[in-house]
Design a protein. Structure first.
Length: 521
């Protein structure tokens, strides 16, 4: 049974070894001089090029023998961010409860360099630093009912989304909640007096030497305003296609589709499936300096050097369709549209592909073949879809089992029938340890399926064929097969992939099979 949420002033979940202990050296000194005493150890991390005097000072402050370790600047900066990310969070939360919190507008150039900041500033900076250190994608600040001792008062629950799962990490008292929301609004340049309407903003931050963009959304709710902060780490823009978890056949087919001089390549899946990450990885492959690449996005999540990126702004009439029309007059070779949402955008994308452009985009559908049906629903003529479509990728994200605490167990018969694997097959079991914060999982990878629009598939699209026929003719490897492979290879657990098998019929490239029919070993 899971434990109760941590009380005010404490974070839930055990810290990794050394992380969470107070660093010995002040952050400003460690960053400027390039020396760091790793908390909880006798290691002295030294940034390449650090002065000998700084090393001597670190040893003097430590008052004990230290093992020096010289490292590159990037590795040192990452270690520096991790060591100081959790420093002062509890103290900041406690100070927030006890202080008058009058200074809400002071900015900190670096989130970790905040010794002199007001308590609420230290609190929000520490929350963001902690979220980044944990690898969380979102911070949720939510009005929450208080305890019986607080009567009718409401507090604020702070929850992090890590590897797709929400976890409550902090509970703040009622008097702190509006001040914390106001601080976030100031940082995002929103109207702090407007509490009746939703608002969207953006914050640019620095964590150590890591550049972060934080997308902020506020929403009026019972008991106060909800705030969601999406953390966009700019280092993620360097992902390659090979980093996404594509199998060899799907990777090769997708690269072939991206090498086409014109046509449409679609990525589909539910919200949070990693579609935008896949598109950015594709842009990185295409961004060789010989092409004019333009995008229209809502919002622009990552800045990509060498790519012209346009932000949708419906307040002034700049929709996906309007932006796509405009960038087609900018002589592009490759066009990326953040999402095809309506008939107008779909038709313009098809016309762009017909006139010699390679168009990349996303569409909401449950499968690769479903994306083709979705284009039909938008009213695009079937012969135009057949003429322009090059490939459709469908994807999901699954959590990877922690390699430190993973053990094996035989696959239970009930689960075996659900996911179509032999009963008794050795599979991974998620146990939990300090490294994975007792979740049993660490990190996520994608599961993919891809339909290539070759000759037979184009003929079927032109004839208005159904999803089953399209899958049998063009599906490289289904999501279910990708999930089974991940379970067989012990990269994830059967329960993690089970939602993919909730349908009554499990799809395969060769046809369909009924879920519950256990295959032969």
């Amino acid at each position: 049974m899971s434990s109760a949420p941590p009380s005010f002033g404490s974070l839930g979940g055990p810290a990794a070894p050394g992380i969470g202990l107070p660093p010995v050296l002040p952050y400003a000194f460690a960053r400027a001089q390039g020396v760091l005493i790793v908390p909880g150890t006798d290691r002295l991390a030294i940034r390449r090029g650090a002065k000998p005097a700084a090393v001597l000072e670190a040893r003097r402050v430590a008052g004990r023998a230290l093992a020096p370790e010289t490292m590159a600047e990037e590795a040192f900066d990452r270690l520096l961010s991790e060591a100081y990310a959790t420093d002062g969070l509890s103290a900041a939360a406690e100070a927030a409860a006890a202080s008058n919190l009058s200074n809400l507008v002071r900015e900190s150039a670096d989130l970790l360099d905040n010794d002199d900041a007001a308590p609420v500033i230290r609190l929000i900076n520490a929350l963001v630093a902690q979220a980044v250190q944990r690898g969380a994608s979102d911070i949720h600040l939510e009005p929450a009912p208080g305890s019986e001792a607080e009567g009718a008062a409401h507090g604020m629950a702070v929850r992090l989304r890590h590897d797709g799962v929400m976890e409550e990490v902090l509970r703040l008292p009622a008097e702190v909640a509006p001040m914390l929301v106001s601080r976030v609004k100031v940082m995002a340049r929103l109207d702090i007096a407007e509490k009746r309407l939703p608002q969207d903003g953006r914050i640019s931050l620095t964590l150590g030497n890591r550049a972060l963009d934080v997308r902020v959304s506020t929403l009026p709710a019972r008991g106060g305003e909800r705030v969601v902060m999406r953390i966009l780490d700019q280092s993620a823009v360097g992902l390659e296609l090979t980093d996404l978890g594509l199998d060899a056949a799907t990777h090769g087919a997708l690269k072939d589709a991206l090498s086409s001089p014109n046509g449409i390549v679609l990525v589909t899946g539910p919200t949070g499936a990693g579609k935008t990450t896949t598109l950015y990885a594709a842009l990185k492959l295409l961004n060789d300096g010989k092409r004019n690449i333009l995008t229209v996005e809502d919002p622009v999540e990552y800045a990509v050097p060498g790519v012209g990126q346009t932000q949708v702004d419906t307040r002034v009439g700049l929709t996906f369709a309007q932006g796509l029309r405009a960038i087609l007059r900018q002589d592009p070779d490759v066009v990326m549209v953040g999402e095809i949402r309506d008939r107008e955008t779909a038709e313009i994308a098809v016309q762009a592909a017909l006139t010699g452009h390679l168009v990349l985009s996303t569409v909401h559908a449950n499968s690769a073949a479903g994306a083709i049906t979705r284009l039909r629903d938008f009213g695009v003529e079937t012969f135009l879809i057949a003429a322009t479509l090059r490939a459709v990728v469908a994807q999901r994200l699954v959590r990877l089992v922690c390699p430190v605490c993973m053990t094996e167990e035989p696959l239970a018969p009930a689960l075996a029938r659900r996911i179509g694997l032999p009963s008794g097959l050795p599979v991974a079991k998620a146990n939990g340890c300090d490294r994975c914060r007792h979740s049993g999982y660490t990190g996520r990878k994608g599961l993919f399926e891809l339909i290539t629009a070759d000759g037979p598939v184009r003929a079927l699209i032109n004839d208005g064929a159904g999803e089953g026929q399209l899958e049998r003719a063009g599906l490289q490897r289904s999501l279910m097969e990708s999930a089974r492979a991940a379970v067989r290879e012990k990269r994830t657990t059967p329960t993690e992939v089970l939602p993919l098998f909730q349908a009554d019929v499990v799809r395969t490239p060769a046809g369909t099979e009924r879920a519950g029919a256990e295959p032969a070993p």
